[in-house]
Ligand binder design. Structure first.
Ligand code: UDP
Length: 242
């Protein structure tokens, strides 16, 4: 956990958005993992995912407040969260301004279609060079299609760690592109699912809003977040002793 937290971006959201814009303008290749405690817990027990996270070319940003708190507990100064939803909308806006292309992979068919509709209206100069839902398509075939299109922005919404593992496995075959695993962001940005009210976001209680709306998440929340801090505590103790 410490290993991941130490390499997580600790600037502000605005600073990270500026980095993303620059990468887009300069056609750099950038792989961003928007991490929450669950991301890091999964990586501990999944070797491929661990490799993807510690790879020096992978950028981790703190999507969840738990990650920010974890960094603080290691005396790393932080500047708040860098959310997946926020990064997605930033890339859409900047992609349209710079007349770039995007490939949207993941979410339910109706959600994926709705997002395209919304983008055509709100970001008219963003070119959608491919959009495939996350249920009826073969991931390898989607990535082969993506490689032919050479998109400037690739957003994969299949959930952790599937989305990141697919990106990482295929990354070497792309010359450029900003790649982000965006979890449930398409559901929110298509207008299908409501994001937490601003006050919840401001008070860093977005996680509570999500649990209240979907009680099945309680178990998931416990397994990732509560355990995350106990594992972190243990690692810190072990590091002190060493
Ligand atoms: N999803 C998908 N195919 C699958 C499983 C999930 O496209 O086989 C999508 C799902 O519709 C949702 C996203 O992946 O849009 C994951 O959402 P979730 O809220 O679980 O992600 P989180 O942000 O919590 O990681």
């Amino acid at each position: 956990m410490i290993e991941y937290l130490k390499k997580t971006f600790n600037g502000s959201e605005a600073e990270f958005h500026a980095i993303a814009t620059k990468a887009l303008e300069e056609e750099q290749k950038l792989f961003v993992v928007t991490a929450n405690p669950e991301t890091m817990m999964i990586a501990r027990s999944n070797e491929d995912f661990h490799k993807a996270l510690v790879d020096e070319s992978t950028t981790i940003v703190p999507d969840g407040i738990g990650v920010v708190k974890g960094m603080n507990s290691l005396d790393i100064k932080t500047n708040g969260r860098v959310t997946g939803v926020g990064l997605c909308s930033h890339l859409f806006k900047e992609g349209s301004r710079l007349k770039k292309s995007v490939y949207l992979y993941g979410a339910k068919p109706e959600v994926n279609d709705k997002l395209c509709e919304v983008l055509k209206k709100d970001c008219p100069d963003l070119r959608i060079v491919g959009h495939k839902n996350g249920y009826d398509n073969d991931p390898d075939e989607v990535f082969e299609d993506m490689k032919r299109q050479e998109p400037d922005i690739v957003l994969v919404a299949l959930g952790i760690p599937k989305q990141e593992l697919l990106i990482y496995k295929n990354l070497k075959d792309f010359k450029k592109g900003i790649f982000v695993g965006v979890g449930g962001s398409f559901d929110v940005l298509s207008g299908t699912k409501k994001r937490a009210p601003k006050l919840f976001v401001k008070l860093n209680l977005e996680w509570l809003y999500r649990i209240a709306g979907d009680p099945k998440r309680i178990k998931r929340f416990y397994q990732s977040n509560v355990k995350f801090f106990s594992v972190l505590k243990k690692e810190k103790k072990a590091e002190k002793k060493a």
